[in-house]
Design a protein around this ligand. Structure first.
Ligand SMILES: [Zn+2]
Length: 297
């Protein structure tokens, strides 16, 4: 499913990479061959590849449209970014992101608001593009809304550690839009818009990063929840306590992930997890003491 319509809100998946494989150890140090075997009945080789000891993942954003406003959530990796410490996204030259945006009938000028669940390099990349050796905002008419806690956390690290913070992404994909006067800093429970066309708001979901937020889109008593990196892979539905290597506070991340999965399963909220290939708009059901994608149960 690539498009979700709830009331007047339309949400589209915007792919940069629809599917790729990564070594298991890039995400999960504690995943075992027994864990993979136990889940092979519902997660095929697109998700778990025990022979190559790799897992399938995607890099995808969401576009939310309502009442004449167009919101981009999480802008993936971006092009030409030098990431020597994150090789899967080093110096990308992909046309997919902007072509897929165009396929939705949109140009960069049409984006009114950019939201980022957090400021890791694979969620802020297209905020800027390289032009004549300088990083300039990709979306020239957009306000970029950042949770102040998340921004302050990385800004203080940037002051101490320099431009290597977040593999260089704070310097090349966040600061340029701030310096262009195109950023707004908000509380972690900020309401972005509300009215007859629906509501879009933030809620705190800390753990993966210091000020990680989820994006809620609500209309007509339905809800969709962009969870960012609170959930990376469907194996975590079976293993909510599996630690993701980049989680800043693993215990808090597990608590957040469990809470969000329970919310989606129990309230019927749509789960929008951009790192999950093929099921980046999904619903969850409870399965014994864990969870499954609804249609796969
Ligand atoms: Zn992240």
């Amino acid at each position: 499913m690539k498009t979700l319509q709830i009331g007047e809100l339309r949400i589209d998946v915007l792919s940069e990479t629809e599917h790729c494989y990564m070594p298991v150890s890039f995400l999960f140090n504690d995943l075992t061959r027994e864990d993979m075997a136990r889940n092979s009945d519902w997660l095929d080789s697109a998700f778990l590849d025990p022979s190559g000891w790799q897992i399938g993942i995607a890099f995808q954003a969401y576009v939310i449209r309502t009442g004449g406003l167009t919101i981009l959530v999480d802008s993936c990796n971006g092009n030409h970014k030098q990431r020597p410490t994150a090789l899967w996204q080093d110096n990308l030259r992909s046309t997919a992101f902007l072509e897929n945006l165009s396929g939705l009938g949109l140009q960069p000028e049409d984006i009114d608001i950019v939201l980022c669940t957090h400021l890791h390099c694979d969620h802020v990349g297209w905020n800027t593009r390289l032009e004549n050796g300088r990083w300039i905002p990709t979306f020239p008419n957009a306000r970029h809304i950042f949770n102040r806690d998340e921004y302050d956390h990385y800004f203080s690290r940037y002051e101490k550690e320099g431009s290597s913070v977040n593999h260089g992404a704070f310097a090349d994909s966040v600061l340029p839009v701030v310096e262009a006067g195109m950023a707004d800093f908000v509380a972690k429970d900020h309401t972005v818009l509300s009215g007859t066309g629906g509501e879009v708001s933030l809620s705190p979901s800390p753990g993966h990063s210091y000020g990680h937020v989820c994006i809620h889109a609500r209309a007509d008593n339905e809800e969709a929840l962009v969870v960012g990196d609170a959930l990376h892979h469907p194996i975590q539905l079976d293993m909510p306590k599996l630690r993701m290597r980049a989680d800043l506070n693993p215990e808090q991340a597990i608590e957040t992930r469990s809470r969000l999965m329970a919310h989606c399963a129990d309230q019927g909220a749509w789960l929008l997890a951009g790192h999950i290939p093929h099921h980046s708009i999904a619903q969850l059901v409870r399965y014994e003491d864990r969870f499954r994608l609804a249609h796969q149960n």
